[in-house]
Write a protein that binds this ligand. Sequence first.
Ligand code: WT7
Length: 654
Amino acid sequence: MADIDVLLNENRSFPPPEPFARAAQVSTDAIYAMAQKDPDAYWAGAARNLEWIAPWKSVLDWTPPHAKWFTGGKINAAVNCVDRHVRGPARNKAAIIWEGEPGDRRTLTYWDLYREVCKFANVLRSLGVGKGDRVGIYLPMVPEAVVAMLACARIGAIHSVVFGGFSPESVRDRMNDAQAKVLITADGGYRRGQVVPLKRNADKALAEAPSVKHVIVVQRRPGGGGDEAFAEMREGRDHWYHRLMQNASPDAPPEPMDSEDVLFILYTSGTTGKPKGIVHTTGGYLTGTAETTRLVFDLRDDDVFWCTADVGWVTGHSYLVYGPLANGATCVMYEGAPDWPERDRFWDICERHGVTILYTAPTAIRAFMKWGESHPAKHDLSRLRLLGSVGEPINPEAWIWYHENIGGKRCPIVDTWWQTETGAIVISPLPGVTVTKPGSATRPLPGCSADLLDSAGNRVETGGGLLALTRPLPAMLRTIWGDDERYVKTYFSKWDGRKNLYFPGDGAKRDKDGYFWILGRVDDVLNVAGHRIGTMEVESALVEHPSVAEAAVVGKAHELKGQALAAFVTVRDGTRPTSELRDELKQFVVDKIGAIARPDDILFAADLPKTRSGKIMRRLLRDIAEGRALGDTTTLADPSVVAALKEQYEEKEG
Ligand code: WT7
């Protein structure tokens, strides 16, 4: 039996648009063959684009399942992201064009960023932070978040950014696991016109995180000295960021780091259990992120690059901070929500700042579809030349909508597959070369090797299977913080004894052209009457219906079939969810995929339960569909959503 059955076939394809291909940095596929012949030489070439303090002795030391890159080499990430550029013509180039949700704006040139990073490096040193110490960062999307990350990198401290939407408990657990010495937070951040009380959350968290001795508070809210009631400053422990910076020297020699010294820890929740501290090191991570930023986004000197991800996620680390800044790019950074004050905020930002490259997530694209094309249509988006997608499979319908309504049919789309663990993009088109197919991340990038296997470890030529990475990559995680055993068990134990095979946890199909189509987490695969159905394809079929905005499909126990499908559907604005529509949708799926995928239940929902990074929490939907008590809901963006759904589902059943 196949590990996952392939249900949908998408036949549209899009060659790189002629004008784009002609001007692209990479416009032939020779680079693939070159990299495949000698991947180490390829990555060494990429690493040579960085500035090293001392050269490496060997490119790759691989003792499966552990790998080290550029050992013996010395390097500093902040120097590569800032100092290099201020020595040349990019000195006065915008590094960060920032916009707060209320509309305030700041632009930091590379020179500004250099000064801020050096000063804050000295602030951290003055509080006793040194090489190898852990520093927590719990900030809104403000430039100080980037400054704090790079200042840590400058002095060799290990940063651990906690997404500003997380709860005090999440902050507490992460600080304790990392044994952080210092936490950097703010008196608040803006989201949908509300203030997120970060300092108050931090205070709650720190009541049970005794390793943190100092708290540095960025003043985000107006009030000259701050709204002390909101962010009560504790004597001896808490310090205002701006006060510390006043007297800090801008002269901060960088710490020469071993290539394999830890750059940061980033916690990822995984499906169950306690969050894993994903460990990334310096030389390889920077090589992987810098190289993929340059190639995948065809980065040019005059680009205005907007990665919409929060710095609390790996996408923000790799493609808002380290990758673009290592390339000397201009980045847009936006603090708030896409629908504040209106649903055209993103397009307003693109127009006003002349964004040329936009990198966002399918969940956002589906929200834009739901809101309708009138919002982007109000703005001049003609400077956009490349679009990117990341975070989950993009269903072909959303891909086409993005292509037409945002990209004006002239921008290639790079659908980039990767993970917190891989640190950098692994499977993606090269926009000047690859013929794209809506819904496919296409092929592994130069220097990357992926394969499709069945659970016994046999190669699946075409059809469905399990994704495997067959060679280490420079930006891959090195271990899980404090738990190497869990690292081995989670990622290298899928295929017995073959410790050279990394299992990302995703199902995929490979088509006759060798393209990969990611079908989602294998934990989400259903077994309906012996057919292994990935939820993504059924969801994708549902979303093709003009009335549907978003869909989540889960399995529920079924006497005869083993499992049956339950679909949770949100409709587009202006559509009425009726029982006729419900029947129509069931038939629609049958027509698209076949009777095997016919949902037993369709529940119309106002909203789907999602994590703050936009991933649908199918686990909770399964609890609802099977009438169980809800499991852990702490990582939900909006806990009221599931409660409402559960009530509605039970009413219908009753
Ligand atoms: C998981 C990793 C990559 C940074 C943001 C998410 C899914 C990611 C794609 C894509 C299909 C994708 C996978 C992967 N995913 N990108 N282009 N197509 N699926 O990082 O939270 O570590 O999640 O996201 O399932 O394993 P993450």
